[in-house]
Structure formats: C-alpha cells, structure tokens
Design a protein around this ligand. Sequence first.
Ligand code: ADP
Ligand code: 5GP
Length: 207
Amino acid sequence: MNHNTGAILVLSGPSGAGKSTILKEIIDDIGECHFSISTTTRSIRTGEVDGVDYHFVTKEEFKKDIEDDMFLEYANVHGNYYGTSIRPVKQALKDAKLVIFDIDVQGNTVVTNRLGDITTSVFISPPTLSALKERLQGRKTDTQEVINGRLEMAKREIQRISEYDYLIINDDLEEAAGILKTIAKAARLKIPGNEINEFTQKWEDID
Ligand code: ADP
Ligand code: 5GP
C-alpha cells in the first residue's frame, strides 16, 4: 500500500534560467500533475496566452483578490505582482496530483512555511551570470532595461539557494531535465505527518 495524497513541487530560479523549458521536457513523464497558473499584473509577452501562461489582471483586480484572501501566497517581483490562487491548488491536492509551482524565493518561503510537509523545493540556476544574460537576450521577450533588472535580481536570488532542497544547474538541458524528473517522482512519495501517524497505528495489528 502506498499513500496517495497530493504533493507540491516548487521550482524557483532567475527568470531565464530555463524553468519552463525543463518542465516542458518532462511534463508528460511524471504522472498526474497540475501546473499552478499564477496571476500577475505584468504585461503579456509575445507568444504568451492569457489563462495558459498566467492569468493577466490589472493592479486593482489583483488587490481585490488579496483583500478576498484568494492567494496561498503572493509577492512583488521586478515591480509586478504575482500570486498563487489557493482554490485550484486545494482541488488538485484533493485529487492526489503533484502540484507544480513556478514561483520566486519569497513565494517558496511562504509555501514551505504553510505546507512544508508535502513540499519539495528545487532551485534551477543557469551555470553563470553571463549564460543567464545570453539566454535572456536570446529569448527576445524583454528590453535591455528589463534584462538588466532581471540580472540584478538574479544576483540576489542566488544568495538564497540554501533555502531549497535541491539545486539543478541547467547547463546541459537533457541532463537537467533528467534530474528534475527524478526529483518530481520522489516529491510524490513525501509522506505528510498525519499519514505517518495513521500508518503506524494501523501497522500495529497484533494485540
Ligand atoms: P524561465 O522559465 O526560467 O524564465 P525559459 O525556460 O524561458 O526560462 O528559458 C530562457 C531561455 O533559455 C529560452 O530561450 C530557452 O530556450 C533557453 N534555455 C533553456 N535551457 C537552456 C540550456 N540548457 N541551454 C541553453 N539555452 C537554454
Ligand atoms: P516572469 O515574469 O519571468 O514570468 O516571472 C518572474 C518571476 O516571478 C519568476 O521568478 C517566477 O518564478 C516568479 N513568479 C511567477 N509566478 C509567481 C507566483 O505566483 N508567486 C511568486 N511568489 N512568484 C511568482
């Protein structure tokens, strides 16, 4: 018998580290999962789809959601708000899915504090700052000014790697994807405290 409650996999790392690219590589091979679509006030990038990449909202709409207590966590990142809506996460956990978050270091702190016993956290880093610069420029989604801001932010984020369970250095894409696949499979097997108690009670089946 194996337990079948849901679990959470947090992915963090500088914008441009390759989180979405790696996830796309493995998403079909890690079983039933739910990718948490965040809500954001940042503007939509070319190629992004509202409701798929993010729920794009105005600052006023975002503030209303904060007041209505709709977020598991939210943060101001690069001057824009980003937040994780609580309701779809609850449902996915109920359905015993692996819930995947692409959130920043501030979001990881909140999720780990609130749901630490079912959460596995992974920091994905590019091999160097100059590799990150090249990737952000190669992605062609941001102006040089925005890229400079993201590079400064990345230097601060890197200082917080020790808050994570795992570090993946995304140099070779295939290798990084293979490591994340292994971690995702193990994340599902993390046992919440209440299930351990239940199991040990049932296990003593001899009077
Ligand atoms: P994130 O989701 O972390 O913001 P992306 O997945 O959008 O990052 O990746 C940023 C850019 O880097 C994309 O253009 C992507 O194709 C490229 N990229 C991702 N992984 C690698 C890698 N291992 N080697 C070279 N380029 C990569
Ligand atoms: P981007 O603008 O490149 O899509 O994302 C910028 C940063 O915001 C990334 O570090 C990403 O992980 C983070 N982010 C995206 N959604 C959320 C969220 O819901 N909560 C938090 N705390 N960070 C988020």
